[in-house]
Design a protein. Structure first.
Length: 511
RNA sequence: CGGGAUGUGGCUCAGCUUGGUAGAGCGCUGCGUUCGGGACGCAGAGGUCGGAGGUUCAAAUCCUCUCAUCCCGACCA
């Protein structure tokens, strides 16, 4: 690509990752048709291609939630201000980014014309657009739970959320986003702990088995935990620009919300006790995570299990007659693959029927949009009874007899799915470092960009954690639950203070 | 909320310094030639230049006010 174009995208390409990672990401998301900035400040429009990806994620996650005993429900998006005030830490965490509804009516301005908020229509109590639903849900649960027989209560909600972010970024940080939030109630601390861990593992499985994104399972420090939680579990992924991205969290809320909303139950022995709670969520940020994990300078690379379009058939013709013939052949081929299955489901196949664009344009276009496999079907193939199959992740092309496709395509998709995970895992391993000297630590996080995952010793105090963050912008992403290497759990000396440390923790610059 | 910038066809922008009544590229429509790695020609459609007020014979251009957005900081799934 022409260098004089700098970071401005040319008509054809997107900026390269090495040139400007963050522009690469933004351009890619927009150009691939995933999402765009809306005219509504700080909000995005999720376009059909992006939404289809979200729907595939939803389906997979929802199946896992159902399989672990959860049911879906829906709660109001308005949170009365007084609800939010009930859990002290929780308010403190979210108050700074709340959108507030103060009135319920508009009227025509008799003076200036146009609409104004009707001052007569002020709400008695302001309503907050939910930044998360713990308060509304626990207010409800207080009426639903009386007996140990009502427990456990295992509910999930698919919803939109509003957090008034100052620096929006498509999928990573927008003022409104989509997510799922689970809210469960349990009789004992241990049972809630099991639930939080169970979901934590569901999230890991989803990230690795579906997204092909390896994650570190760990526990958040006191500084980084959810506002209002007893403790928080997280899965942390590494992006191609060597930053950490939090991909999902599962919180053990202890009895904090039960006490704030007076949710008690009678035990089998007749005692009155507060229930224990968990909450957990993943959001459309997972789409951003997916893009950051696998995509390249040509466009999206999507794991076959989640890709909205797994296979695209591009008919190629020289003249009207051969165009017509290959288009018909393409449609016959798509229909003939109707019985084929990958991952237990029909293949998601698209025939590119566009007549105006050239084959070369289409190849690039589908690479941009992240179709996993591309089938080229031209006059030569019609004669030979075969097609050319091109892999999105490796750019390998091979000629495959048409009758073999029903078997070859699912096999190719499966191979791609597992290769993406292997590749991402190798990338993470190559960019995970064990550091014992402060100079080396600071050097690794100096300047712009990430610095990868760094496993280092920490004395366990919030003061040290904050000091390190101020000096290097690196934060403790988590205390890993399972060591990446056995030696990580051996004691050592804090990277900053030199004081004793029981084990290494995971540092990184985060999104 | 502090610092910086920008508002001109659907999109990206030029024009503004030195006022003279609006341009380009992309996209869109039609026709023709192309077509196995990002094609091209010709002909079209489309803008009261963010809004209000002012200066002037004349304002996209100068002045005042206003609205909005973007970028850099504090926050963040």
């Amino acid at each position: 690509m022409c260098h004089t174009l700098g970071t401005v995208s040319s008509k054809q390409g997107i900026p390269s990752r090495s040139e400007n990672y963050s522009e690469w990401y933004n351009e890619l998301v927009v150009r691939a048709g995933m999402a765009e900035h809306s005219s509504v400040a700080g909000c995005m429009v999720i376009k059909p291609h992006g939404y289809a990806l979200w729907e595939n994620m939803q389906r997979a996650l929802d199946d896992m939630f159902k399989a672990t005993g959860h049911v879906n429900a829906y709660f109001p998006m308005f949170v009365p201000k007084s609800f939010l005030a009930k859990e002290a830490e929780h308010v403190e965490g979210f108050a700074k980014e709340c959108a507030v509804v103060t009135h319920y009516r508009l009227k025509l301005d008799p003076a200036a014309g146009g609409l104004i908020v009707d001052p007569e229509a002020k709400l008695e109590e302001e309503l907050i657009l939910r930044p998360t639903s713990e308060t509304v849900i626990w207010n409800t649960y207080s009426r639903w739970i009386q007996s140990y027989r009502d427990l456990p209560l295992l509910i999930n909600q698919w919803a939109n959320i509003v957090r008034w972010e100052m620096r929006p970024r498509l999928f990573l940080r927008t003022r409104e986003f989509l997510w799922q939030e689970g809210h469960t109630a349990h009789a004992t601390y241990e049972e809630a702990e099991e639930e939080a861990a169970r979901i934590h593992e569901v999230y890991r499985r989803f990230a690795e088995d579906w997204m092909a994104v390896p994650v570190v399972k760990g526990r958040k420090t006191e500084v980084e935990k959810f506002a209002g939680a007893d403790h928080t579990y997280t899965i942390e992924a590494l992006t191609q620009d060597l930053r950490a991205i939090q991909a999902g969290t599962s919180h053990h809320l202890g009895q904090n919300f039960a006490k704030a909303f007076d949710v008690t139950f009678q035990t089998q022995e007749g005692r009155l006790e507060y229930v224990y709670a968990t909450s957990w969520g993943v959001s459309t940020r997972l789409i951003g995570t997916l893009v950051m994990a696998h995509s390249d300078d040509k466009g999206l690379v999507l794991p076959p299990r989640l890709a909205p379009i797994q296979i695209v058939i591009v008919p190629i013709g020289r003249d009207d007659a051969s165009k017509q013939a290959t288009l018909q052949a393409a449609e016959r081929l798509a229909a003939s693959l109707g019985e084929a299955r990958y991952d237990g489901r029909p293949l998601r196949i698209t025939v590119d029927k566009r007549t105006k664009e050239s084959p070369g344009f289409k190849f690039n276009d589908w690479e941009l949009k992240g179709a996993c496999l591309r089938i080229e079907l031209g006059p030569r193939d019609l004669e030979s009874g075969s097609v050319v199959v091109a892999r999105r992740d490796t750019f390998e092309k091979e000629t495959v007899p048409t009758e073999d496709l029903a078997e070859a395509l699912p096999a190719e998709l499966a191979e791609m799915q597992s290769r993406l995970l292997r590749k991402a895992l190798a990338f993470r391993e190559a960019n995970t470092h064990r550091v014992d000297r402060w100079e080396e630590f600071a050097e690794r996080f100096a300047g712009e960009g990430g610095g990868g995952f760094v496993l280092a010793h920490w004395d366990g105090t919030p003061e040290t954690e904050k000091e390190i963050a101020e000096r290097t912008k690196a934060t403790i992403r988590c205390i890993p639950l399972e060591p990446l290497h056995p030696d990580d759990e051996k004691p050592g000396a804090c990277i900053l203070t030199g004081r004793p440390s029981p084990r290494r923790v995971l540092f990184a610059k985060a999104y």
